[in-house]
Design a protein around this ligand. Sequence first.
Ligand code: F0G
Length: 364
Amino acid sequence: MNEPLNDKGVIHRYRPFLPVSDATPVISLSEGSTPLIHSPRLSEKAGAEVYLKFEGLNPTGSFKDRGMTVAISKAVEDGAKMVICASTGNTSAAAAAYAARAGIQCAVILPAGKIAIGKLAQAFVYGAKVVAIRGNFDDALRIVREFGGIDGVAIVNSINPHRIEGQKTAAFEIIEDLGDAPDIHILPVGNAGNITAYWKGYREFHAAARSSRLPKMVGFQAAGSAPIFYNRPIDRPDTIATAIRIGNPASWEGANDAACESGGCIDIVTDEEILSAQAWLASKEGIFVEPASAASVAGLLKCHSKARCSGCPFASALREGAKVVLTVTGHGLKDTETAVSFGGFAPAEADANLDAVRAVLDKN
Ligand code: F0G
């Protein structure tokens, strides 16, 4: 089932580091190899060298594609006829797309009313069966876990270790692009699979002498959905950044290990800070990311001013010339509603002639 010209995608690029063999059918949409974009304005603000790993440029518009190519390839190898996942929207989009590509069924369990419209559209268009539960993501994942062990069904949430394996490849790419690991890596945290995956990736390339150091891992949760920061499950998580609206993350321990072992931390940002950072990044750097992704930017913007606080793990690391990478996890086009309503955007109307258009432009 290996396709001709299937020479792109993370399995092809990092095969020796992934749990695949010649018997594994490669289900790929050429994910990965996303750009690491230098950010002059964030660099200026933070007094460091700041780069954005723009994961919104993956085939379904988020970092989930990296993990999904491995999870679905392994599911097919193991004879699965159906995959299932709980999701806040991006995992379900990726699962649906890769299942379609593999020619198997996909079922997605989502919290009703809390999925950005672009992501919901993706699940339907890629042909998934969509169930919206009256509950949150944590409830959906509890239900999905109960599908474990059913013959022919594979769970493709990040409790499936193949997801973490695929997602760690983003750390490999960053090391290859920079020539070494950065000093600090910042990313949003929801179910905590991604911070776990990056930390694994950084450690594996370090152990393989492909990098000379390890970064401090810094994760940001939304203030209303911050179980790891507060060190207790949150029964009713809430945030405008619906992708990270999670009260009891599956990879809680992985996130703690990443932060503690690397000398980093888990911190919080408010919805206000998230939406301001999203608008700031789009209008200052031309990069439109979804609200959850803007949590990393909001975190840097919040912390650079406090970076000299004594005891802050940022303090020693965030200095002139330090290399800082922020993962911006998903594309802004997935959730245009939030951006448009926060910005209060509406075009100024004009009659259809030059003078009328110029008059409006002069006024605005
Ligand atoms: N950013 C985006 C855009 C996400 O969709 C997610 C998670 C995260 C960050 C957090 O990553 O869960 O590995 O800590 N989305 C999952 C989903 C929960 O169902 O799409 P994490």
